[in-house]
Design a protein around this ligand. Structure first.
Ligand SMILES: NC(=O)c1ccc[n+]([C@@H]2O[C@H](COP(=O)([O-])OP(=O)(O)OC[C@H]3O[C@@H](n4cnc5c(N)ncnc54)[C@H](OP(=O)(O)O)[C@@H]3O)[C@@H](O)[C@H]2O)c1
Length: 288
């Protein structure tokens, strides 16, 4: 891959962002890692990766990050009800700065509901007349480690979610990042939107069984109601607006919206997505 364009990766210390930075740097692409926490980012990446401060809430950080870039990987804040308000000023700044291509990390199924915050960001991006690619991943395997489910396992020894017995085609963030890198380093994916899932659809009970097998101890899944889950998140100091986003996410699982398996990832990478059982084996120590 020979890419002479300069690529800015936002959310660079996030689960997907850090993988995108690493993969671009490994491929010899000129990449800047944009983050609210430059000190942390410098520890994550090789010296060849320049780190730049970016906070969507501070317009004073926009120029330093974006005027240099030809392309941007755009990461929304996690589970945020304010994704539209946070991202649009930065996105508009990037358009004014003549960025050529934006790859937006969105989420599976948001195209079904125009009022959803991430869908509003998608529609805004599409309306701005620049090249764009939209990635819509399903729930990440990495929520089990290092994400929010791992906290439950560590502190409570159980997985308690309002996911019922429905299925989810969990996806590995490394596969999402590989697709992002393909999109950022060619013109083939301009104007496209992809739904990124794993190749198997698991109930949370099956996922918990895979975690248990890898960990060598029983970590059960217990379906909980929305009010119970709300109490669990409140006890972990989640903001009410973030809790609403999470309840919406798990409601979509209970409606089977997150169960389908899509071929997009396989087609783009020309290989099968990673399996959850392999992810569990790799991360077993985290749950022991
Ligand atoms: N988690 C999932 O299962 C899942 C599934 C499908 C889609 N998604 C998509 O991924 C998005 C992010 O979720 P995630 O779980 O990947 O989160 P994450 O790993 O925590 O990464 C999100 C990153 O966004 C950056 N960020 C947050 N607030 C910011 C601000 N004000 N200014 C600039 N950067 C900011 C942070 O990067 P720095 O700390 O480096 O600044 C943060 O690490 C979601 O909104 C959704 O679109 C997530």
């Amino acid at each position: 891959m020979t890419v002479t364009e300069k690529i800015l990766v936002t959310g660079a210390t996030g689960k997907v962002g850090r993988e995108v930075v690493r993969k671009l740097a490994e491929a010899g692409v000129e990449v800047k890692a944009a983050t609210r926490t430059p000190d942390m980012a410098r520890k994550l990446f090789d010296d060849g990766v320049e780190v730049v401060e970016l906070n969507y809430d501070w317009a004073s950080t926009y120029d330093g990050a974006v005027t240099w870039a030809d392309r941007v990987f755009l990461m929304p804040p996690p589970f945020s009800p304010d994704a539209y308000e946070s991202l649009v000023p930065f996105l508009d700044w990037a358009v004014a700065a003549k960025v050529r291509h934006v790859v937006l990390l969105s989420a599976m199924m948001v195209e079904q509901k125009d009022h959803l915050h991430l869908r509003k960001v998608e529609l805004h991006l599409e309306s701005r007349g620049i090249e764009h690619t939209i990635l819509r991943p399903n729930l990440y395997m990495q929520n089990f480690h290092p994400g929010f489910i791992s906290e439950q396992i560590r502190e409570d020894g159980r997985i308690r979610l309002p996911a019922g017995e429905e299925r989810v085609s969990l996806v590995d963030v490394r596969d999402v990042a590989s697709v992002a890198v393909r999109a950022l380093t060619s013109e083939e994916h301009f104007g496209k939107a992809y739904t990124l899932t794993g190749e198997e659809s698991l109930t949370m009970g099956e996922a918990a069984a895979a975690v248990s097998k890898a960990a060598g101890r029983r970590i059960p899944y217990e379906p909980v109601s929305d009010p119970e889950f709300k109490r669990i998140l409140e006890a972990r100091d989640w903001r009410p607006e973030e809790i609403e986003v999470m309840l919406g996410l798990f409601g979509s699982i209970r409606r089977w919206w997150r169960a389908p398996i899509y071929p997009d990832l396989d087609r783009i990478l020309d290989r099968a997505p990673r399996f959850f059982s392999d992810f569990c084996e790799e991360n077993a120590d985290a749950w022991r």
